[in-house]
Design a protein around this ligand. Structure first.
Ligand code: PGA
Length: 253
């Protein structure tokens, strides 16, 4: 059975003290993380060690980096390597968030390199895909997402792609308060799963968790997560509030 995942994406928010407090507050609220469920905190790089320290004994709770560089080491001032993440025992990294694609010009080909170096070093990518509003309005969102998957992931073997989590995040729903309807989310998630099936077969496709991201909050999480091909969420704004995020964890199916 594939995993159901609630992933927090703090983005560039909070001080380390606020981050520590937020983790403490979430852990203090009764929440139930079942065997097939995971909770992931994607925290800013300077807080990875703190988060890892706080969460290392919590079952099914993991820390993620929000970014990693495509090279192993060297003269890349300011970048973070997979070895640095491994040395902190960080097991997940968000790859290809739309904000990185847009503001830092990360291309599908570059993201493929990042995916490769993660998999070569036993770090699981949480690979983000999703279309902008203009593409949705033109009705070409399926083709657009298919090309993101093809150009960044479909060179992988079945064994490799099984180690990836996919997050579908329509850009028009990120931080806008405008959530995709659960039917729109399901439609795209089913399309992604069919594409994975065509490429890798049903067994592999059915083992890959596909998260929805874009204005997920306590009030809509249960409805979105109830869709058959939605396996949890990647949550920005609402993950900065302990009550909200604890409710989202409890909404996992
Ligand atoms: P949001 O962000 O929940 O604030 O819309 C989601 C994301 O960008 O991962």
């Amino acid at each position: 059975m594939r995993k159901q995942i609630a992933a927090a994406n703090w983005k560039m928010n909070l001080t380390i003290q606020q981050g520590e407090q937020l983790i403490d507050d979430i852990l203090a609220i009764p929440h139930d993380i079942k065997d097939n469920q995971e909770v992931i905190f994607a925290v800013p790089a300077p807080y990875l060690a703190m988060a890892q320290q706080k969460l290392r004994n919590k079952e099914n709770v993991f820390v993620a980096a929000q970014n990693v560089y495509s090279k192993k080491s060297g003269a890349y001032t300011g970048e973070i390597s997979v070895d640095m993440l491994s040395s902190l025992a960080v097991q997940y990294v968000v790859i290809g968030h739309s904000e990185r694609r847009e503001y830092f010009n990360e291309s599908n080909a570059f993201l493929a390199e990042k995916v490769n170096i993660c998999l070569d070093n036993n770090i699981h990518p949480i690979f983000c895909c999703g279309e902008a509003l203009a593409i949705r309005e033109a009705g070409t969102q399926n083709e657009f997402v298919a090309s993101q998957l093809k150009e960044s992931l479909y060179h992988l073997s079945a064994d490799q792609i099984r180690r990836i989590v996919i997050a579908y995040e329509p850009i028009w729903a990120i931080g806008t308060g405008k959530t995709a309807s659960s039917a729109q989310a399901q439609e795209m998630h089913a399309f992604i799963r069919t594409s994975l099936t065509d490429q890798y077969g049903a067994n592999t496709a059915n083992s890959i968790s596909i998260l929805y991201g874009g204005s997920v909050k306590a009030a809509n999480a249960a409805e979105i997560f109830s869709q058959p091909d939605v396996d949890g969420g990647l949550v920005g704004g609402a993950s900065l509030n302990a009550e909200e995020f604890a409710s989202i964890i409890n909404a996992l199916q």
